[in-house]
Design a protein around this ligand. Structure first.
Ligand code: HDD
Length: 707
């Protein structure tokens, strides 16, 4: 066994243990370890006199505090991290020599950071934005970083335009508004002038930009990489993550409300899920293209504004990642983690994708200043498990105590160590690609089809998804004050789909395009639609149970237990915290009160039977709760007298069973009702099915709900 494999037996968690400090230490000390006797008053010349410079404890405490902030990431400033592990399903030896992709029995530690892109570090989680999905694999051959997003394409084809893109979407220069939003003039001005952005715009205006949870979104490497096997044979690859819980989104109105009620919504969801043992799981997939087929597609496979449609290049699911531990310290782990697409291991190589090429420079460059100099790889979260050994020395915050006098190669004094490794010894050998060409600022012609895949995406959406995209355009462009900017975007979209351009124009007060655009294709790629995602589980869904004095205890206990058994998290909500009494004198503990929670943070709501319905139907809070859940297309269940609240809340267009009836429960558009004499088991089954569907978009056709 060679040296690298031995170190893998030490887990990342064990490595981090060396740096963990628990709060059980008895005495407060200075950074020099000297015990402090008093920390409430500074050292003064007399009880009412000035503070003395010699108060080293005061000075040290304040000095450290004054320097606690580091620059936030220029993009992806707001993020949340988690530890976990990755396992491959079967040896990938035929395609790659990467050691972590060979042995299904091996667990490779990972750290993942999910993020929004545009907002500052303290911005809200639920804004319309791309989500970052960056994974650091601590492999036995060194760190491999897959720095991806939850959308498979990007805004631009060449990294040289990245500063322009980011300047346009960030808050405007003169007044620093708006926060964490693309809905303003400069971004849409940029869009209208850059046709290559069109495909990505379709994704950003779709429901993908509003994930219900970091645990319920896809991940994509976006750029084209290579797999290289031990014989040196290479294939082009694209990487994918897919969540086992399916890809689910919030509703736009809901995201805006959550941004106020719980700006940490996605962060909290990830944290709580891991604490409760609902470990997020993602399957890892690859699409592979043989080198010989490089030019056999309508698109250029090095163009990051294009997908490789699954119909043409199937995805092979080769492994699974499980996130099972929250960080102990947000700053030290999640804030200081540093990802870089250039961090690859033998068996995974780069391509000439011009977006990727520029990224290879940018990440290290930004980290040098963000993390205070060239030694940030020594920060515990960034350390490799394979020992790093080279002749780099000194610089700010150097931690490693290198021994010996030589720090150069070749050397005789240090027996010529550390020396380069051959490929057989695990050395990274860059794939030998033959390159011939002129030194020019240009791109290949195939990059210039900006509309076919935007149209493919549009064609693949369900009616509800299409409607959401149109509404998103109405919001985003509706916020643009310059009508010329708005018009230019409508003209751009006219190249994708004439009808879509007309629908957008209608909502934003600009004339439709003079000539309806020619359709750029009728092809579909069905898996692009979220309608095809996993909809057979209610695991980790939050279900609100509204209960006031007089609720039906036995029924609540039965439904609550059934939901729990299926992996959901039911919570009792009542006017006040404490206990609430049932009709037959039993009690149940309230989880959240009317002032501490709101319908927008739940996935479903259930109104039990019992006399409490008389109170509920006269409470604005309860009426609004149900009403809003209905508007946001969430599953709603009601039994017996609970149905009265549905009626009081103004829900129309859905048939309820009679409150006092018997028989099976009835489910319509995700509203499940069961009479007080009815079959609660059938209610539970139908309610679970409705929750598993996540949202019931057919309700959106009934715009009558005022919430
Ligand atoms: Fe980037 C951060 C993803 C293009 C320059 N990027 C960053 C993060 C993610 C991505 C997930 C946050 C990592 C973390 O959690 O710390 N970026 C992408 C994807 C791209 C992409 C999927 C397209 C394929 N990025 C891109 C380009 C450039 C950058 C073209 C510049 C040439 N990205 C950066 C950066 C950041 C960054 C400025 C900010 C903080 C950092 O790197 O460490 O260097």
């Amino acid at each position: 066994m060679d040296e690298r494999r031995k170190v893998d037996e030490k887990s990342k968690q064990e490595q981090l243990d060396e740096f963990r400090q628990d709060p059980e230490r008895e005495y407060l000390t200075t950074n020099q370890g000297v015990r402090v006797s008093h920390t409430d008053d500074s050292l003064k010349a007399g009880e009412r006199g000035p503070t003395l410079l010699e108060d080293f404890h005061f000075r040290e405490k304040l000095t450290h505090f004054d320097h606690e902030r580091i620059p936030e990431r220029v993009v992806h400033a707001r993020g949340s991290g988690a530890h976990g592990y990755f396992q491959v399903y079967e040896p990938m030896t035929e395609y790659t020599r990467a050691a972590f992709l060979q042995d299904p029995g091996k667990k490779t530690p990972v750290f993942v950071r999910f993020s929004t892109v545009v907002g500052f570090r303290g911005s809200a989680d639920t804004v319309r934005d791309v989500r970052g999905f960056a994974t650091k694999f601590y492999t036995e051959e060194g760190n491999y970083d897959l720095v991806g997003n939850n959308m498979p394409v990007f805004f631009i084809v060449d990294a040289i335009k990245f500063p322009d893109l980011v300047h346009s979407i960030k808050p405007e220069q003169h007044h620093q508004m708006p926060q964490a939003s693309a809905a303003h003039d400069t971004f849409w001005d940029f869009v209208g002038n850059l046709p290559e952005i069109t495909h990505m715009i379709m994704w950003v205006l779709s429901d993908r930009a509003l994930p219900r949870s970091y645990r319920m979104m896809d991940g994509f490497g976006v750029n084209t990489f290579r797999f290289v096997n031990a014989e040196g044979k290479a294939r082009f690859v694209k990487f994918h993550w897919r969540p086992l819980l399916g890809v689910h989104s919030l509703v736009w109105d809901e995201t805006q409300k959550i941004a106020g009620k719980d700006p940490d919504f996605n962060r909290r969801d990830l944290w709580e899920a891991i604490e409760m043992g609902d470990y997020p799981e993602f399957e890892f997939g690859v699409q592979m293209i043989e080198e010989a087929d490089e030019h056999n597609f309508d698109f250029d496979i090095l163009d990051a504004t294009k997908i490789w449609p699954e119909e043409e290049v199937p995805i092979r699911w080769i492994g699974k990642m499980t996130l099972n531990k929250n960080p102990d310290n947000f700053f030290v782990e999640t804030e200081q983690v540093a990802f870089c697409p250039a961090n690859v291991v033998p068996g995974i190589d780069l391509s000439n994708d011009p977006l990727l090429q520029g990224r290879l420079f940018s990440y290290l460059d930004t980290q040098l200043i963000r993390l205070g100099g060239p030694n940030f790889q020594e920060i515990p979260i960034n350390r490799t498990l394979a020992p790093a050994a080279n002749n780099q020395r000194e610089g700010y915050n150097r931690m490693t105590i290198n021994r010996g006098e030589s720090s150069y190669f070749p050397n005789a004094l240090g027996e010529n160590k550390p020396r380069p490794a051959t490929a057989k010894e695990g050395g990274f050998v860059h794939y030998q690609e033959k390159i011939e060409g002129k030194k020019i600022r240009a791109r290949s012609e195939k990059f210039n089809d900006h509309f076919s895949q935007a149209k493919l995406f549009w064609n693949s959406m369900s009616d509800a998804e299409k409607e959401h995209i149109v509404k998103a355009f109405h919001f985003e462009l509706g916020k643009v004050s310059d009508s010329e900017v708005r018009k230019k975007v409508v003209d751009l979209i006219n190249n994708v789909d004439g009808d879509l351009a007309i629908r957008i124009a209608e909502g934003i007060g600009v004339p439709p395009p003079a000539e309806k655009g020619a359709s750029s294709g009728t092809k579909k790629s069905p898996n692009l639609s979220q309608e095809r995602t996993v909809m057979d589980t209610i695991k980790s869904r939050k279900v609100a149970i509204l209960a006031m004095e007089g609720y039906n205890h036995d029924e609540v206990m039965q439904v609550k237990q059934a939901l729990k058994d299926a992996g959901a998290h039911p919570q009792i909500i009542s006017q006040f915290h404490g206990m609430v009494r049932s009709a037959d004198g039993k009690e149940i503990e309230v989880d959240k009160s009317y002032v501490t929670t709101t319908s927008v943070v739940y996935d479903a709501v259930y109104i039990p039977g019992g006399m409490h319905a008389e109170t509920l139907k006269n409470q604005g809070y309860a009426i609004h709760f149900v009403n809003e859940a209905f508007k946001h297309c969430k599953p709603i269940g009601a039994i017996g007298e609970g149905i009265e609240l549905l009626k009081a809340s103004g829900i129309k267009g859905v048939a309820f069973v009679d409150a006092g009836s018997g028989g099976e429960a009835v489910s319509e558009m995700g509203v499940v009702t069961c009479g007080s004499q009815g079959d609660v088991n059938s209610f539970v089954e139908q309610f679970k099915t409705a929750i598993a569907r996540h949202r019931h978009w057919d309700r959106e056709k009934k715009e009558q709900v005022p919430a």
